[in-house]
Design a protein around this ligand. Sequence first.
Ligand SMILES: N[C@@H](CCC(=O)N[C@@H](CS)C(=O)NCC(=O)O)C(=O)O
Length: 197
Amino acid sequence: MNYTLIGSFTSPYVRKIRLLLFSLGTYKFESINYLEKKDGDYLKSINPINQIPILLDGETKIFDSRVIYNYLSKKHNLKPMTIEEENILSAIDAAMDTSINLFSLRRGGLDLNSGNSYVERQKERVPLILNWLTPWVKTLDQKNTPHWNFLTMSLYSYLFWGEYRGILDLTDFPEHKQFLEKFKNAPGVHETTPPPA
Ligand SMILES: N[C@@H](CCC(=O)N[C@@H](CS)C(=O)NCC(=O)O)C(=O)O
């Protein structure tokens, strides 16, 4: 294996790939901070999408966490996802995209409570998704080894990041809160915990 993952220590998209790579063996992690000019320029020069994560496998460069997952899944003969599982991953990624957008808008100085209709639509999406995920989340058991998979790695990375950044309040989502507690010692979680906010 000759994998290099380019990303940051805080990004939930990067973290879920780190968790996946941790479960597959060794890899090199190249950390960048795209908000700093030098790293920002570097990112633009290697990825026209200008986002992390990026996986390098020798000469092969792969953009986007889902494509990285599909690539690694094929290469390591992971069990293909069912349509139901694909939908769960789409839902988690949509919540993640929405929360990252809201966080970035807030960091850029936008008041998220100004009533802006687009922001309100974004804010609505997250509870819709979390509620839809609840029946599945309730079935998850940390003692059941196959339950630690790319879906739960994605959910863990997202929920942890949302709380860490103060963009997600799980008070009304006890099952999701319990999920974080149950899986806090899953393989790779400690090793990939972001530095204190
Ligand atoms: N669809 C992409 C989303 C990745 C993404 O949103 N990455 C964020 C960091 S968490 C990013 O690079 N943001 C930089 C920017 O948008 O300026 C994936 O699944 O990899």
